[in-house]
Design a protein around this ligand. Structure first.
Ligand code: PMT
Length: 223
């Protein structure tokens, strides 16, 4: 009923959390449910796009007509995104990627000690940052999960990560952020034009975001 305005557009969507292992039974992760990213993948596919969804562990069934690739770690997500990047017209990074992982991972379960313990952490690759350096014609859409100074931090991410659009959400607002069915987002483009949206379902956020993506592709003569 909506037609296929995104026909022949290849979109990579990342969703969900990553898991950074300590040992066979323990890992570091976050509260991302994948709802935001899966909504984007589903709506994009219904708008006719050719969608590759690269996702951390979630309980959501894979959407129909979407190529879904399951990963666990930030490094695995990076490798899959890079693998598909050249063929992509748009990358939308709604995943909540770990910024740190344990320096050491153990093949056997760590035994409880009588003393306290420390786990040393190292940086993971910043996938979006790498894509910002690599991009040629691709539209790069980032998310910003903030708890304060939403707009200021989001604008900084647009510049430092060479993004075309950013979707900023204050993850401490009621009805927004991790694991909710709704979100409250501000969409900001490279020229710092912004649209502040009220609380709405993640599906409706996805629709409005993809309209903006469509507009940018049209402006660039790619649709
Ligand atoms: O999955 P849900 O439960 O529906 O929740 C949705 C959400 C809150 C996870 C989503 O709306 C959201 O905000 N996603 C981005 C979360 C995040 O990691 O934000 P950030 O501000 O830390 O990162 C900024 C951007 O860099 C993000 O696009 C992120 O995917 C990317 N990033 C971050 C770290 C890293 N190592 N590599 C990255 O590419």
């Amino acid at each position: 009923e909506v037609g296929s305005p995104l026909k022949d557009v290849h979109i990579i969507v990342t969703a969900g959390p990553t898991r950074e292992k300590v040992d066979p039974v323990r890992f570091f992760t976050n509260h991302s449910s994948g709802k935001m990213g899966y909504a984007i993948a589903d709506v994009a596919s219904k708008l006719g796009a050719n969608v590759t969804l690269i996702t951390g562990p979630t309980v959501i069934p894979a959407p129909n007509d979407v190529t879904t690739i399951q990963i666990e770690t930030a490094q695995e997500m990076y490798e899959q995104v890079i693998k598909h990047f050249e063929q992509a017209d748009v990358v939308i990074k709604s995943a909540a990627v770990a910024d740190y992982r344990p320096v050491q991972t153990y093949n056997q379960k760590l035994k409880k000690q009588n003393s306290d313990m420390q786990i040393e952490m190292e940086r993971t690759v910043d996938i979006l940052n790498e894509l910002g350096k690599l991009k040629s014609t691709q539209l790069l859409v980032g998310f910003a999960a903030e708890t304060n100074n939403l707009e200021e931090y989001a604008k900084k991410k647009i510049i430092t990560k060479n993004l075309d659009l950013i979707v900023a959400n204050n993850v401490t607002s009621e009805g927004a952020g991790f694991d909710k069915d709704t979100n409250i987002v501000t969409i900001i483009d490279k020229a710092f034009n912004k649209v502040e949206l009220p609380k709405m379902s993640k599906y409706d956020v996805a629709k409005i975001l993809l309209e903006k993506v469509q507009l940018l592709l049209e402006e660039r003569g790619r649709l």
